[in-house]
Ligand binder design. Structure first.
Ligand code: FSX
Ligand code: SF4
Ligand code: SF4
Length: 305
């Protein structure tokens, strides 16, 4: 079966009658994703990151990670969760990239260091030759149908590895592509880490309908199209000038504690995290992890304490 884009967006945003946000991946959508995934492999590579993006993916609840890995994503390579390793795994990855050239999706987690010819991030070794994240990104990136840049580190200014100092010249996927003239489309899925739904949902959309609508920062508008402050449950306190002095205070806006919600665009306020249980602003503040310039331009994270 297939869903129209409109139906998919309805399912993703939970606007179908009777479908709550936490149940955003409706069984019909899961079946459609299973069909689409049979044709399109995903290769997932990791550069400079903390593996938090992968850990976040493993926290997906609707659908479960078991469903995602066994039925939805034809994941042919993933350094953290695959059973294979070493040259055998790399050979398989290159074979898939060759066989499905122009058709597979490349997921890039983490930044790509350019300094020292990429030697700060070695992803493996083949025939006694070290393979850098830089060359892997260029080689596979040229062959992919599209690249999903996962996490703040793979997007914009390369997140935490790209923060002030940046001795390794950590760079995002789009930066590398611009410098090398690689035209493969890049979808940015920022966040440190990104919400599992943002990753699974974007991959599902790419598999079924192609690249989703993107904003000026290359992010899917279906997940990053709304401002956190404008939709925050604490907005009424902000408007009334009622400010929190501590994180434990239940009533009051967190702006004076450093909240970056006014500068952040993502649907955390309604999607929430940890299977819809809570989100950053409820217990702390938004640090603007989905925006270009994170973390330097969002620092200091905490204020007034
Ligand atoms: Fe970066 Fe991914 Fe931040 Fe970590 O690996 S987006 S450091 S939470 O998770 O790349
Ligand atoms: Fe805006 Fe943050 Fe205050 Fe919410 S807590 S109203 S996002 S400044
Ligand atoms: Fe990132 Fe802010 Fe969303 Fe938390 S609330 S995940 S810091 S954008």
């Amino acid at each position: 079966m297939s869903l129209t884009r409109r139906e998919f967006v309805k399912l993703c945003t939970g606007t179908v009658a009777g479908l709550g946000i936490s149940q955003m991946f409706h069984p019909a959508l899961v079946r459609a994703m299973e069909e689409a995934a049979k044709k399109t492999p995903v290769i997932w590579v990791q550069g400079q990151g903390c593996t938090g993006c992968s850990v976040s993916l493993l926290n997906t609840v609707h659908p479960s990670i078991k469903e995602v890995l066994l039925n939805i994503i034809s994941l042919e390579f993933h350094p953290t969760i695959m059973g294979s390793e070493g040259e055998m795994a790399l050979e398989h990855m290159y074979e898939v990239a060759e066989k499905f050239a122009g058709k597979f999706f490349l997921a890039v987690e983490g930044a790509i260091p350019k300094a020292a010819n990429g030697k700060y991030c070695i992803v493996g070794e083949m025939h006694h030759r070290e393979i850098t994240m830089l060359e892997l990104t260029e080689e596979l990136g040229q062959k992919a149908a599209a690249v999903l840049a996962l996490g703040a580190c793979a997007c914009f200014d390369a997140g935490i590895p790209g923060a002030e100092g940046n001795l390794t010249q950590a760079s995002s996927v789009q930066t590398i592509f611009d410098e090398k003239g690689i035209k493969t489309p890049v979808v940015n899925i920022p966040g440190c880490p990104p919400h599992p739904d943002w990753m699974v949902g974007t991959i599902a959309h790419a598999l079924m309908h192609g690249i989703p609508e993107l904003d000026d920062n290359g992010r899917p508008t279906m997940f990053y199209g709304e401002n956190i402050h404008e939709n925050c449950p604490y907005l009424k306190y902000a408007d009334d000038g009622v400010m929190c002095e501590t994180f434990t205070q239940k009533e009051g806006c967190r702006m004076e504690l450093g909240c970056k919600g006014p500068n952040a665009n993502a649907d955390c306020f309604k999607r929430k995290w940890n299977n819809g249980i809570n989100w950053c602003v409820e217990n702390a503040i938004c640090i603007g992890c989905v925006e270009p310039g994170f973390p330097d331009e969002m620092s200091p994270f905490y204020e007034g304490m």
